[in-house]
Design a protein around this ligand. Structure first.
Ligand code: SF4
Length: 299
């Protein structure tokens, strides 16, 4: 939940998630739609799908108990090296290293790493360094301290005068580290969607790619030649800056292949919608209900 999101934003989501799915069995039997709905607003929806798949694996393969072995944790859907090691060290005090953003910054400065930390060579160097420094006992406590040191002292504005490891630190220029690869430039893209309303219901389409499984306003191949959009907004997605434009369209469903369905407007709260489309619908419904319910002439 914390990927690209601040702790303060995540706390209500986390509490709500635990109320809704208090154990592995409740998450394992939930539908994908329920899980996506609980996650909506956090982005990175693959994580929600993976959590559900991991709960199913725990129920089916491990008798409902979270596995203790590092390899079994690593085998759970969506669990990579960092997550497996973090769970093993914090939950079970296993002697394994972890490298996350705060620790990467700290270690890069400590050893004056002159290669980008987001390259495969840089990642390997950081994991090697974290492994070499790992104490043989109390690894959970040590890893926790390392994260705090990176977050609070060796932060983006390092407070070297307060640093308890400054005698070992090899960098002369901490503000320049860690090095990162050049980011791909942002690409701009415009996407067209249609708003069709019929007797208090709105037509939505199930996304097959970016927001797979969630519901959004149906896609249009292009804007109508003379039509003016009802709504325009921008949102970021990976290295894209996307302009979302919504046009009125006749209240007819598209092809069966596009998986379109009518949803009652007063029940949209229970439908998993990606944030840009939820914002668009909320604005259109609250600001201009008379336009939503006006008849649309087919073109
Ligand atoms: S001395 Fe400064 S740069 Fe080095 S680890 Fe401490 S805070 Fe980071």
């Amino acid at each position: 939940m914390l990927q690209q999101t601040q702790v303060a934003t995540v706390i209500p989501y986390y509490q709500m998630w635990l109320r809704r799915f208090p154990d592995f069995s409740s998450l394992a039997v939930a539908s994908e739609q329920e899980v996506l709905h609980a996650w909506q607003g956090l982005g990175y929806y693959t994580r929600a799908r993976n959590l559900r798949a991991a709960a199913q694996t725990i129920m089916n393969k491990h008798g409902g108990r979270f596995p203790r072995s590092l390899s079994a944790i690593h085998d759970l859907p969506g669990v990579g090296r960092y997550t497996a090691n973090a769970v093993a060290t914090f939950a079970f005090n296993r002697t394994v290293p972890i490298v996350e953003a705060n620790i990467a910054r700290l270690l890069a400065r400590l050893v004056d790493l002159q290669i980008p930390v987001d390259s495969s060579m840089g990642r390997d160097a950081l994991w090697r360094c974290a492994t070499e420094l790992l104490p043989s006992r109390s690894a959970g406590l040590y890893n926790s301290a390392l994260m705090d040191l990176g977050a609070l002292v060796c932060s983006s504005r390092p407070k070297c005068v307060l640093c308890p490891v400054r005698d070992f630190c090899q960098t002369r220029d901490p503000a320049r580290l860690p090095l990162k690869r050049m980011r791909p430039s942002t690409k701009r893209q415009t996407e067209y969607h249609g708003l069709a309303v019929r007797r208090g219901s709105v037509l939505l389409e199930q996304s097959q790619n970016r927001w797979r499984g969630m519901w959004m306003l149906p896609r249009l191949a292009a804007a109508g030649p003379k039509s003016r959009p009802l709504y325009v907004s921008e949102f970021a997605f990976t290295n894209h800056r996307i302009t979302l434009t919504v046009f009125r369209r006749p209240a007819v469903e598209g092809s069966r292949k596009s998986k379109q369905r009518w949803f009652r407007i007063d029940r949209l709260q229970s439908v998993p919608l990606p944030s840009p489309h939820r914002r668009a619908l909320e604005m259109l419904i609250s600001a201009e209900p008379h336009r939503l319910y006006a008849p649309v002439t087919p073109t």
